[in-house]
Design a protein around this ligand. Sequence first.
Ligand code: OXD
Ligand code: MN
Length: 640
Amino acid sequence: MSGIFRPGIYRLLSSSLQVKLTPCRGLADIPTTLSSLPTIARNYVKEKANICQPDDVYLCDGSEEENKRFLEIMRRAGIAKPLRKMDNCWLVRTDPADVARVESKTVISTSDKRETVPVPKEGVKGQLGNWLSPAELENALRDRFPGCMEGRTMYIIPFSMGPVGGPISKVGIQVTDSPYVVASMRIMTRMGKDALGAIQGDNFVKCLHSVGLPFSGVSKPLVQNWPCNPSKILISHIPDRNEIASFGSGYGGNSLLGKKCFALRLGSILAKREGWLAEHMLILGITNPQGKKKYVAAAFPSACGKTNLAMMQPTLPGYKVECVGDDIAWMKFDSEGVLRAINPEAGFFGVAPGTCSHTNPNAMKTIQRNTIFTNVAETDDGGVFWEGLEKEVDTSVGVTSWKGEMWTPYNRILAAHPNSRFCAPASQCPSMDPDWESPAGVPISAIIFGGRRPAGVPLVFEANNWRHGVFLGAAMRSEATAAAEHNTKVIMHDPFAMRPFFGYNFADYIDHWLSFDEKPGLQLPKIFHVNWFRKGEDGKFMWPGFGENCRVLDWICRRVDNEDCAVDSPIGRLPKPNALNLEGLDSPVNVDALFSVPVDFWLNECKELETYFSSQLNRDLPPPVAEELRHLGERLQQNA
Ligand code: OXD
Ligand code: MN
């Protein structure tokens, strides 16, 4: 996949697509060719086709056969390369200018700014989302979309988030000019005919996506054959119209619009309107040796190990962990007051570096077939490689980095981009829960918040009650990762792991969470906070993590059953001495250090939170959160 300029090939493929996929030819045909689309959906597609001016329009049916043709098209265009050592696996490399979510260019447009973002203290820049007025957005869209698909095919993707027709599921239509997006959406969502059947009237979310580079606009060679337009990236959400419009990036959360844009940003707005929760959470089931099973949902910021935890192989004998989802949970209280969760996605878009047979054996098994890899390195014998696989892959055969350079363990370049990904069907994961596709969802007994905290934050503690738990979510902080454009190693505030994904004012979001406390008859899950990443004075992690985290889940489940295995502390309830099962750990851990609550550190944390809340939420800060913070400070002072 060299970086040569090959517009001819794109043109050829575009026209071969026309023949091979038998789309409508010319916009005049749209009404008949797309006759299987209900009227409102057809009008939406027509409107966008008229603006974007693609050469042709193709309605995806989601079939295996169609998918094969898309992959072949991408192979011939030099966008994707089959990995011959693996079974139907493909390697895609992007332009290095398009490798992660772009939070600074992600906006929500409402007529009332306050609906979308809190008003920060004067002179402070808000960090809780970007708002754009409808007029500004209109201008920005007008500046980008007209003619943007010239020379390309517009693909129409009907999709369902969650099992098609399920009571918690929702449908969408994404139009895109990227075959990579089509192939990835087919893995990540239920895409095609069945989803189309569930679209009625205007019950669907409207998703428009373009890589933002019409053929006439291609003036210099594409980098790694990856069309994009980084300087014009805009990922916009229009809640009033249930619409998303994304321009300029083909990568991950910027372009697979079912994921962050729909399932989290618009999802959180729909959830608020309709009385449920759309959260950046994994869902897993854990069964103890007595056969008692519980489901938990856990929110960690991007690239903090949600996938590893969701697919964990427990080290404690007799325990089983099964995966429902690794990134997003849609949760709704049922008529019995039980919180039920579905995974709205159908695949995993996981961070590759660090994934290996030690950290996540189930992921390694999942990605051996039918997987699209993006920005990983390739071995000369047709396999994949990334940082973390040094002990498992024979790199003596030769490795080509994600940028197409020759890689060796000694030449100090990264083999894979830190945010390189695998995109694989969830159904291939050996530890999928038997109920992972249950339309009604699985019952949630505990909610866990967590982040990467190198200092001060114990391995696990329990919130004193729902309100304190909501405070813990609001107070979440974590070291930044490569999933977005921030510098790593900075400890960032990431409330509820939703900072990049709030669809509406964070203060209203907190109120929404708090409101469940007042509703009668709800079985509110217990709330916990975990930190696998605490480091000792030697700079090494104090806790082995990965499969050993089942010990923490075991304690959490026992607390859900009200076992007397917790003791109060100023920050919440900690495991009683010896309550955490440490039997059979490979090497001893320093339990005292792991669970210490350094008062100075926490008083400082209180100050930091106070500054954050008062500068970012200012007058919008819900009083119960301010009160929880005050109580925390008082409890710490009593222990000082
Ligand atoms: C993701 C993210 O891709 O959170 O899941 O960035
Ligand atoms: Mn995520």
